[in-house]
Design a protein around this ligand. Structure first.
Ligand SMILES: [Mg+2]
Length: 168
């Protein structure tokens, strides 16, 4: 269970502030795409996400995408937001996160993964030894497999709150 529990839960990416990151010693973020930055499969960048990305870049926070989705879905989105990317990461396996860290050039202690799923993102971050900033999914999931995982996530989130975890 401990490997699943996020470092911190946020209502969405725009709640992640440069002040929070500075307080945690985080200098770079590995970003999930689907249901973290935009709806599943969407190329759209909302004004709120666009503003947040600009704030992160202005604060000198390194950004790289690490998505389990395919190159043809991830590359155009990454280009659109001006961030380097790793596609087909196979999170929770560590190698995609390792490639993203190599791009960013920071030690693990200064790196966090921002994502929406416990069993891919949170587990992957902990297995790789970096912090996990969990966001609420952008939209309700349609895929049955992901919906089943959401149901399985509930006890993990319950434990997070029992241990004094908050939502920012
Ligand atoms: Mg996701």
């Amino acid at each position: 269970m401990a490997l699943l529990i996020p470092t911190q839960l946020f209502r969405d990416v725009s709640a992640i502030t440069p002040e929070y990151l500075a307080g945690q010693g985080i200098r770079a973020l590995v970003l999930d795409v689907d249901n973290t930055l935009t709806a599943h499969g969407s190329q759209e960048v909302s004004p709120a996400v666009s503003d947040w990305l600009a704030r992160m870049k202005a604060a000198g926070i390194g950004l790289a995408i690490a998505s389990n989705n395919f190159e043809k879905r991830v590359a155009p989105f990454a280009q659109r937001i001006g961030v380097q990317h790793v596609s087909f990461c196979c999170k929770p396996a560590p190698f995609g996160l390792a490639r993203a860290r190599h791009i960013l050039g920071v030690e693990r202690g200064a790196l966090a993964l921002v994502g929406d799923q416990i069993f891919t993102d949170s587990l992957g971050a902990h297995l790789y030894g970096i912090k996990m900033l969990l966001v609420r999914p952008v939209t309700r999931d349609i895929k049955m497999l992901i919906r089943a995982r959401r149901w399985l996530e509930q006890p993990v989130l319950r434990r997070y709150f029992e241990q004094g975890g908050t939502i920012l």
